[in-house]
Design a protein around this ligand. Structure first.
Ligand code: A3P
Length: 295
Protein backbone atom coordinates (compact mmCIF):
# COMPACT_ATOMS: atom_id res chain seq x y z
CA UNK A 1 0.00 0.00 0.00
CA UNK A 2 1.53 3.26 -1.10
CA UNK A 3 -0.98 5.55 0.47
CA UNK A 4 0.21 5.18 4.00
CA UNK A 5 3.27 7.22 3.15
CA UNK A 6 1.11 10.24 2.51
CA UNK A 7 -1.15 10.02 5.49
CA UNK A 8 1.11 11.94 7.88
CA UNK A 9 0.46 15.05 5.82
CA UNK A 10 -3.19 14.70 6.69
CA UNK A 11 -2.52 13.93 10.29
CA UNK A 12 -0.90 17.21 11.20
CA UNK A 13 -4.25 18.80 11.67
CA UNK A 14 -7.33 16.92 12.74
CA UNK A 15 -9.48 19.44 10.92
CA UNK A 16 -7.69 18.72 7.67
CA UNK A 17 -10.05 18.89 4.76
CA UNK A 18 -9.38 17.44 1.38
CA UNK A 19 -8.14 20.83 0.23
CA UNK A 20 -5.52 20.93 2.92
CA UNK A 21 -4.60 17.34 2.34
CA UNK A 22 -4.00 17.91 -1.31
CA UNK A 23 -2.53 21.34 -0.84
CA UNK A 24 0.82 19.87 -1.71
CA UNK A 25 1.64 21.49 -5.03
CA UNK A 26 3.27 18.35 -6.43
CA UNK A 27 0.15 16.30 -5.78
CA UNK A 28 -2.14 18.76 -7.51
CA UNK A 29 0.17 19.09 -10.44
CA UNK A 30 0.71 15.37 -10.77
CA UNK A 31 -3.00 14.60 -10.57
CA UNK A 32 -3.78 16.91 -13.45
CA UNK A 33 -1.19 15.13 -15.58
CA UNK A 34 -3.25 11.94 -15.40
CA UNK A 35 -4.77 11.62 -18.85
CA UNK A 36 -7.89 9.47 -18.76
CA UNK A 37 -8.71 7.13 -21.60
CA UNK A 38 -12.11 6.18 -22.87
CA UNK A 39 -11.66 2.58 -21.72
CA UNK A 40 -10.43 3.51 -18.23
CA UNK A 41 -12.47 2.35 -15.28
CA UNK A 42 -12.62 4.70 -12.32
CA UNK A 43 -13.95 3.45 -9.02
CA UNK A 44 -15.11 6.49 -7.04
CA UNK A 45 -16.08 6.16 -3.39
CA UNK A 46 -15.72 8.07 -0.15
CA UNK A 47 -13.36 6.29 2.28
CA UNK A 48 -14.87 3.26 4.02
CA UNK A 49 -17.67 2.68 1.57
CA UNK A 50 -16.14 -0.65 0.49
CA UNK A 51 -13.65 0.53 -2.12
CA UNK A 52 -11.17 -2.31 -1.49
CA UNK A 53 -13.97 -4.81 -2.04
CA UNK A 54 -15.26 -3.29 -5.27
CA UNK A 55 -11.76 -2.74 -6.55
CA UNK A 56 -11.02 -6.46 -6.33
CA UNK A 57 -14.33 -7.28 -8.01
CA UNK A 58 -13.67 -4.84 -10.86
CA UNK A 59 -10.19 -6.23 -11.45
CA UNK A 60 -11.46 -9.80 -11.47
CA UNK A 61 -14.37 -8.97 -13.77
CA UNK A 62 -12.03 -7.24 -16.19
CA UNK A 63 -9.40 -9.97 -16.32
CA UNK A 64 -12.00 -12.73 -16.62
CA UNK A 65 -14.01 -10.94 -19.31
CA UNK A 66 -10.80 -10.08 -21.17
CA UNK A 67 -10.21 -13.80 -21.92
CA UNK A 68 -6.52 -13.01 -22.08
CA UNK A 69 -4.12 -15.65 -23.36
CA UNK A 70 -1.40 -16.88 -21.03
CA UNK A 71 1.13 -14.88 -22.99
CA UNK A 72 -0.92 -11.71 -22.58
CA UNK A 73 -1.26 -12.32 -18.86
CA UNK A 74 2.48 -12.85 -18.46
CA UNK A 75 3.27 -9.72 -20.42
CA UNK A 76 0.73 -7.77 -18.38
CA UNK A 77 2.20 -9.04 -15.12
CA UNK A 78 5.69 -8.08 -16.12
CA UNK A 79 4.61 -4.59 -17.21
CA UNK A 80 2.71 -4.13 -13.96
CA UNK A 81 5.88 -4.95 -12.04
CA UNK A 82 7.61 -2.07 -13.78
CA UNK A 83 4.82 0.44 -13.17
CA UNK A 84 4.24 1.08 -9.50
CA UNK A 85 0.50 0.79 -8.96
CA UNK A 86 -1.27 3.73 -7.34
CA UNK A 87 -3.70 2.69 -4.64
CA UNK A 88 -5.67 5.94 -4.97
CA UNK A 89 -5.42 8.35 -7.90
CA UNK A 90 -4.77 11.27 -5.56
CA UNK A 91 -1.58 9.61 -4.31
CA UNK A 92 0.02 9.39 -7.71
CA UNK A 93 3.14 11.29 -8.58
CA UNK A 94 4.23 12.65 -11.93
CA UNK A 95 6.48 9.70 -12.67
CA UNK A 96 3.76 7.16 -11.98
CA UNK A 97 1.29 8.95 -14.22
CA UNK A 98 3.87 9.13 -17.00
CA UNK A 99 4.48 5.39 -16.73
CA UNK A 100 0.77 4.65 -16.62
CA UNK A 101 0.43 6.24 -20.05
CA UNK A 102 2.40 3.32 -21.42
CA UNK A 103 0.15 0.62 -20.03
CA UNK A 104 -1.15 -1.26 -23.07
CA UNK A 105 -4.24 -2.59 -21.31
CA UNK A 106 -7.33 -1.33 -19.59
CA UNK A 107 -6.58 0.61 -16.42
CA UNK A 108 -8.62 0.51 -13.22
CA UNK A 109 -8.11 3.28 -10.68
CA UNK A 110 -9.78 4.16 -7.42
CA UNK A 111 -10.28 7.60 -5.95
CA UNK A 112 -11.89 9.17 -2.90
CA UNK A 113 -11.96 12.74 -4.13
CA UNK A 114 -14.64 15.14 -5.28
CA UNK A 115 -15.50 15.07 -8.99
CA UNK A 116 -14.63 18.71 -9.55
CA UNK A 117 -11.04 18.17 -8.47
CA UNK A 118 -10.53 15.03 -10.48
CA UNK A 119 -8.68 15.41 -13.78
CA UNK A 120 -11.38 16.61 -16.16
CA UNK A 121 -10.18 14.23 -18.89
CA UNK A 122 -12.06 11.54 -16.96
CA UNK A 123 -15.34 13.21 -17.88
CA UNK A 124 -14.28 14.55 -21.26
CA UNK A 125 -13.06 11.17 -22.47
CA UNK A 126 -16.01 9.40 -20.89
CA UNK A 127 -14.06 6.95 -18.78
CA UNK A 128 -16.47 4.53 -17.11
CA UNK A 129 -17.11 5.60 -13.53
CA UNK A 130 -18.50 3.25 -10.93
CA UNK A 131 -19.65 5.37 -8.00
CA UNK A 132 -19.84 3.35 -4.80
CA UNK A 133 -21.97 4.70 -1.97
CA UNK A 134 -22.79 3.40 1.49
CA UNK A 135 -25.26 4.62 4.06
CA UNK A 136 -23.59 7.45 6.00
CA UNK A 137 -24.21 5.86 9.38
CA UNK A 138 -22.20 2.71 8.71
CA UNK A 139 -19.67 4.75 6.76
CA UNK A 140 -19.19 6.98 9.80
CA UNK A 141 -18.69 4.02 12.13
CA UNK A 142 -16.24 2.38 9.75
CA UNK A 143 -14.24 5.60 9.40
CA UNK A 144 -14.22 6.01 13.19
CA UNK A 145 -12.45 2.68 13.56
CA UNK A 146 -10.13 3.46 10.70
CA UNK A 147 -9.08 6.71 12.37
CA UNK A 148 -8.51 4.98 15.67
CA UNK A 149 -6.81 1.86 14.32
CA UNK A 150 -4.58 3.34 11.64
CA UNK A 151 -1.34 4.22 13.43
CA UNK A 152 -0.68 7.26 11.28
CA UNK A 153 -4.09 8.87 11.75
CA UNK A 154 -5.03 10.78 14.86
CA UNK A 155 -7.22 8.84 17.27
CA UNK A 156 -10.40 10.31 18.65
CA UNK A 157 -10.93 10.07 22.39
CA UNK A 158 -14.63 9.43 22.13
CA UNK A 159 -17.24 8.45 19.60
CA UNK A 160 -19.12 11.69 20.35
CA UNK A 161 -16.10 13.81 19.50
CA UNK A 162 -15.64 11.88 16.27
CA UNK A 163 -19.35 12.11 15.40
CA UNK A 164 -19.18 15.90 15.54
CA UNK A 165 -16.12 15.88 13.26
CA UNK A 166 -17.89 13.57 10.77
CA UNK A 167 -21.03 15.71 10.74
CA UNK A 168 -18.95 18.83 10.09
CA UNK A 169 -16.75 17.18 7.48
CA UNK A 170 -13.64 17.77 9.56
CA UNK A 171 -11.93 14.60 8.42
CA UNK A 172 -9.38 13.67 5.83
CA UNK A 173 -11.19 13.73 2.47
CA UNK A 174 -13.73 16.15 3.84
CA UNK A 175 -17.48 15.85 4.25
CA UNK A 176 -19.30 12.74 3.05
CA UNK A 177 -22.45 14.85 2.62
CA UNK A 178 -20.63 17.27 0.36
CA UNK A 179 -19.13 14.33 -1.52
CA UNK A 180 -22.59 12.95 -2.25
CA UNK A 181 -24.05 16.34 -3.18
CA UNK A 182 -21.27 16.92 -5.69
CA UNK A 183 -21.38 13.45 -7.22
CA UNK A 184 -25.14 13.69 -7.54
CA UNK A 185 -24.50 16.18 -10.35
CA UNK A 186 -22.81 13.49 -12.42
CA UNK A 187 -24.90 10.39 -11.98
CA UNK A 188 -27.29 11.03 -14.85
CA UNK A 189 -24.40 10.58 -17.31
CA UNK A 190 -24.50 7.27 -19.10
CA UNK A 191 -20.85 6.61 -18.34
CA UNK A 192 -21.53 6.77 -14.60
CA UNK A 193 -23.15 3.97 -12.61
CA UNK A 194 -24.05 4.08 -8.93
CA UNK A 195 -23.92 0.98 -6.77
CA UNK A 196 -24.60 0.80 -3.06
CA UNK A 197 -22.65 -1.20 -0.50
CA UNK A 198 -25.98 -2.47 0.80
CA UNK A 199 -27.19 -3.87 -2.51
CA UNK A 200 -23.85 -5.62 -2.94
CA UNK A 201 -24.25 -7.15 0.51
CA UNK A 202 -27.80 -8.19 -0.18
CA UNK A 203 -27.06 -9.89 -3.48
CA UNK A 204 -23.46 -9.74 -4.57
CA UNK A 205 -24.00 -11.83 -7.69
CA UNK A 206 -26.76 -9.55 -8.92
CA UNK A 207 -24.66 -6.47 -8.15
CA UNK A 208 -21.76 -7.92 -10.10
CA UNK A 209 -23.98 -8.71 -13.06
CA UNK A 210 -25.20 -5.10 -13.14
CA UNK A 211 -21.61 -3.86 -13.04
CA UNK A 212 -20.54 -6.27 -15.78
CA UNK A 213 -23.40 -5.11 -17.98
CA UNK A 214 -22.51 -1.46 -17.43
CA UNK A 215 -18.91 -2.18 -18.44
CA UNK A 216 -19.97 -4.22 -21.46
CA UNK A 217 -18.41 -7.42 -20.09
CA UNK A 218 -19.80 -10.75 -21.03
CA UNK A 219 -19.35 -13.36 -18.33
CA UNK A 220 -20.98 -16.71 -17.68
CA UNK A 221 -22.86 -17.39 -14.45
CA UNK A 222 -20.03 -19.71 -13.39
CA UNK A 223 -17.45 -17.00 -13.93
CA UNK A 224 -19.51 -14.53 -11.89
CA UNK A 225 -19.91 -17.13 -9.17
CA UNK A 226 -16.16 -17.80 -8.98
CA UNK A 227 -15.45 -14.08 -8.59
CA UNK A 228 -18.20 -13.72 -5.98
CA UNK A 229 -16.70 -16.52 -3.90
CA UNK A 230 -13.27 -14.89 -3.98
CA UNK A 231 -14.68 -11.57 -2.86
CA UNK A 232 -16.83 -12.44 0.13
CA UNK A 233 -15.82 -10.59 3.28
CA UNK A 234 -14.50 -13.82 4.79
CA UNK A 235 -12.42 -14.73 1.75
CA UNK A 236 -10.94 -11.25 1.42
CA UNK A 237 -10.18 -10.98 5.12
CA UNK A 238 -8.43 -14.34 5.12
CA UNK A 239 -6.31 -13.35 2.15
CA UNK A 240 -5.64 -9.84 3.42
CA UNK A 241 -2.19 -10.49 4.98
CA UNK A 242 -1.10 -11.29 1.43
CA UNK A 243 -3.05 -8.55 -0.35
CA UNK A 244 -2.95 -5.71 2.20
CA UNK A 245 -0.16 -6.64 4.60
CA UNK A 246 -0.53 -5.28 8.11
CA UNK A 247 -3.43 -3.03 7.09
CA UNK A 248 -5.64 -6.00 6.26
CA UNK A 249 -6.86 -6.24 9.83
CA UNK A 250 -7.81 -2.57 9.84
CA UNK A 251 -9.56 -2.53 6.48
CA UNK A 252 -11.49 -5.81 6.75
CA UNK A 253 -13.18 -5.06 10.05
CA UNK A 254 -16.80 -6.32 10.17
CA UNK A 255 -18.25 -6.01 6.70
CA UNK A 256 -21.88 -5.74 7.79
CA UNK A 257 -24.90 -3.48 7.26
CA UNK A 258 -26.48 -1.79 10.26
CA UNK A 259 -23.58 -1.93 12.73
CA UNK A 260 -24.16 1.81 13.35
CA UNK A 261 -26.92 0.95 15.82
CA UNK A 262 -24.31 0.00 18.41
CA UNK A 263 -22.75 3.46 18.24
CA UNK A 264 -25.39 6.11 17.51
CA UNK A 265 -27.43 7.58 20.31
CA UNK A 266 -31.06 8.33 19.45
CA UNK A 267 -30.19 12.04 19.25
CA UNK A 268 -27.29 11.36 16.87
CA UNK A 269 -29.51 9.16 14.75
CA UNK A 270 -32.08 11.95 14.43
CA UNK A 271 -29.38 14.52 13.78
CA UNK A 272 -27.98 12.50 10.91
CA UNK A 273 -31.41 11.82 9.43
CA UNK A 274 -32.09 15.57 9.53
CA UNK A 275 -28.78 16.44 7.92
CA UNK A 276 -29.28 13.76 5.29
CA UNK A 277 -32.69 15.16 4.37
CA UNK A 278 -31.35 18.71 4.32
CA UNK A 279 -28.41 17.81 2.08
CA UNK A 280 -29.77 15.01 -0.05
CA UNK A 281 -33.56 14.95 0.26
CA UNK A 282 -35.14 14.67 -3.18
CA UNK A 283 -31.87 13.84 -4.94
CA UNK A 284 -31.36 10.68 -6.96
CA UNK A 285 -28.37 9.68 -4.93
CA UNK A 286 -30.28 10.33 -1.72
CA UNK A 287 -33.02 7.95 -2.84
CA UNK A 288 -30.48 5.23 -3.59
CA UNK A 289 -28.83 5.59 -0.20
CA UNK A 290 -32.04 5.79 1.79
CA UNK A 291 -32.59 2.17 0.98
CA UNK A 292 -29.37 1.49 2.85
CA UNK A 293 -29.88 3.74 5.85
CA UNK A 294 -32.88 1.96 7.18
CA UNK A 295 -31.68 -1.61 6.62
P1 A3P B 1 -16.47 -1.94 8.18
O1 A3P B 1 -15.44 -1.09 8.83
O2 A3P B 1 -17.87 -1.49 8.46
O3 A3P B 1 -16.29 -3.39 8.49
P2 A3P B 1 -12.83 0.73 2.19
O4 A3P B 1 -12.36 -0.46 1.44
O5 A3P B 1 -13.46 1.75 1.31
O6 A3P B 1 -11.79 1.25 3.09
O7 A3P B 1 -14.06 0.24 3.11
C1 A3P B 1 -13.84 -0.61 4.19
C2 A3P B 1 -15.17 -1.19 4.62
O8 A3P B 1 -15.60 -2.17 3.65
C3 A3P B 1 -15.05 -1.94 5.93
O9 A3P B 1 -16.30 -1.80 6.59
C4 A3P B 1 -14.82 -3.35 5.45
O10 A3P B 1 -15.07 -4.35 6.41
C5 A3P B 1 -15.79 -3.42 4.28
N1 A3P B 1 -15.47 -4.52 3.37
C6 A3P B 1 -14.28 -4.80 2.82
N2 A3P B 1 -14.36 -5.91 2.05
C7 A3P B 1 -15.64 -6.33 2.13
C8 A3P B 1 -16.33 -7.45 1.56
N3 A3P B 1 -15.73 -8.33 0.79
N4 A3P B 1 -17.65 -7.56 1.85
C9 A3P B 1 -18.27 -6.66 2.65
N5 A3P B 1 -17.66 -5.60 3.22
C10 A3P B 1 -16.35 -5.44 2.96
Amino acid sequence: LHYIALLPAAKEDIATSIDAFLAIPENFKALQSFEARNDDIILAGYPKTGTNWLEQILKDLETTAGKYTEEEINSRNSIEKEVPMISRLEFGDEKQFQMMKKLPFRRINTTHILPQILPQSIFKNKAKILLLVRNPKDTAVSYFHFYNDMPLLQSFNTWDEYFTAFMNGKLTWGSYFEYLIEWNNYIADDHVMVITYEEMKENQTLGMKKIAEFLGFSLSDDEIQTIAEKSTFKAMKEKSPETHGLFGKIIFRKGIVGGWREFFTEAQNKEMDRKFEECLGGTKIGEKIKYGIYC
